[in-house]
Ligand binder design. Structure first.
Ligand SMILES: CC(C)(COP(=O)(O)OP(=O)(O)OC[C@H]1O[C@@H](n2cnc3c(N)ncnc32)[C@H](O)[C@@H]1OP(=O)(O)O)[C@@H](O)C(=O)NCCC(=O)NCCS
Length: 170
């Protein structure tokens, strides 16, 4: 499903060494996010042939801990392309190298924007949808965009309501 020769996919792998651990002895969530960001950067830059910046990160959920000594792979692929933005889906898989048991520990979605030499957004090639999986991922990305927009609008509306209810007394 993920083909590292495909210009819209990138796989980044790293063995988790002890300095990446937190107080509980598992890998820091921050390190996993940093690796996801690198994979998203490589994937979007390779697809667009441009420098890209991270606009947003969605749906980050650490479902299972990742252990020191595991090989962690970040499978990144372009799900959706707008005019200048790209949604990159990342699937994180941790492998116990002694047993080869693999666990899908989390998935998340990065929105990256292609920028020119002045760091202004610049257009990218539209995404050609080659099979049913790519069409599904494209439509799911549109769904996430719409849901994020309605969440943001509703959040702002309710925040305003709460601000007018709980005005600080002077
Ligand atoms: C990313 C950045 C260049 C976009 O600049 P901008 O002035 O918002 O540019 P535009 O309005 O032209 O939007 C560019 C794209 O981002 C999308 N976008 C911008 N704000 C958005 C938001 N709040 N939600 C969803 N999409 C958004 C636009 O829809 C557009 O996508 P499209 O061209 O595919 O339709 C700018 O926000 C930036 O430099 N951010 C900091 C990036 C950075 O430093 N990241 C590292 C982490 S700190």
């Amino acid at each position: 499903m993920y083909d590292d020769e495909d210009p819209r996919c990138v796989i980044v792998s790293e063995v988790m060494t002890p300095e990446k651990s937190n107080f509980a002895g598992n890998v820091h969530g921050g390190h996993i996010l940093q690796m996801c960001d690198r994979a998203a950067y490589a994937c979007a830059a390779r697809y667009s042939n441009r420098y890209v910046v991270t606009l947003s990160v969605d749906h980050v959920l650490f479902k299972q801990p990742i252990h020191v000594g595991e090989l962690v792979s970040f499978y990144a692929s372009i799900n959706h392309v707008g005019r200048t933005s790209m949604e990159v889906g990342i699937k994180v898989v941790a492998e116990n190298l002694l047993t080869q048991e693999k666990r899908h520990t989390n998935s998340c979605f990065f929105t990256m924007v292609a920028v020119d030499e002045h760091l202004h957004p610049t257009p990218v090639e539209p995404l050609e949808l080659r099979n049913e999986t790519e069409k599904r991922r494209f439509e799911e990305a549109i769904l996430r965009k719409e849901m994020n927009l309605s969440f943001t609008q509703e959040h702002e509306r309710r925040k305003e309501e709460l601000r007018s209810r709980f005005k600080p007394k002077r």
